[in-house]
Write a protein that binds this ligand. Structure first.
Ligand SMILES: [Zn+2]
Length: 256
């Protein structure tokens, strides 16, 4: 794995979670972004001439020899919160920017049950919203069936989380689901190989850094955009913060 700055222009895969009108959070700041800041960040991408692309194009540029001439950005949003429909998607549409939202397939229209420590569980987009946004050009990916830590599961349960979420999201959208995101960024080499076997084309992790440092299309590195990132902080992450950092694949701990 290389830790030198990339020779080619940086390709940054940005990671967001909840985007809306949120007060400054006491904890988990990387899980929130105020919509006004999100709008300012999109304006910056537009003014600075970034090429905003989807995961499929990122794969082509990083691993399949497609030219990577301009600084490029992929916008990814984890979990499929209902605030995306209300706030982020209209802002993205104003710029004509693509985005990929990773959905938890058993929790469509329900609450983010895995966030059990929160006093109030955030709502997730329902089937009607997913279909509507899909028609409008939003790209959806899988974030597994139940948002588990994949490395803690048996091989059979890993397989179900990875394969069944793809099938049910394809039923829901009527289109291929090509992109996967490991919940909590937790994955084993077995999980990674199952993602490839299921027919996904890309998978994103929570390893930080420019995606140019990714080892393969199923272990893509990302940059988390935090509540505190004003436009200057955002620009710094895009232009200067490229080094790879964070946990890659972990050993399987689940029952055989
Ligand atoms: Zn998640």
């Amino acid at each position: 794995m290389s830790t030198q700055p990339p020779a080619t222009p940086p390709l940054s895969i940005l990671m967001y979670h909840q985007i809306g009108r949120y007060p400054r959070p006491d904890a988990h700041r990387a899980l929130f972004c105020h919509i006004d800041r999100f709008r300012a960040q999109l304006r910056y991408l537009s003014l600075a001439g970034f090429d905003v692309i989807g995961p499929a194009q990122a794969r082509e540029r990083l691993f399949e020899g497609a030219p990577l001439r301009r600084r490029s950005v992929v916008i990814t949003v984890d979990d499929g919160y209902d605030d995306f429909r209300e706030h982020a998607w209209p802002a993205l549409q104003e710029h004509g920017f693509p985005a990929t939202v990773y959905l938890v397939s058993s929790l469509i229209g329900k609450q983010a049950e895995w966030l059990s420590e929160r006093p109030e569980l955030p709502r997730l987009m329902d089937a009607q919203a997913v279909r509507q946004l899909h028609r409008e050009g939003c790209n959806f990916g899988s974030h597994a069936v139940t948002h588990p830590r994949l490395s803690t599961l048996s091989a059979e349960r890993q397989r179900r989380e990875i394969f069944d979420s793809k099938a049910s999201l394809e039923d829901l959208t009527g289109a291929a689901i090509d992109d996967f995101c490991y919940p909590y960024g937790d994955y084993s080499l077995r999980a990674r190989d199952l993602v490839a076997e299921a027919g996904y084309r890309t998978a994103t992790t929570c390893i930080r850094g420019a995606a140019n440092f990714s080892d393969n299309p199923f272990e893509l590195t990302r940059k988390a955009i935090s509540y505190g990132d004003n436009v200057l902080g955002f620009a710094w992450k895009l232009h200067a913060k490229q080094a790879r950092k964070g946990q890659a694949a972990v050993p399987d701990q689940g029952p055989i």
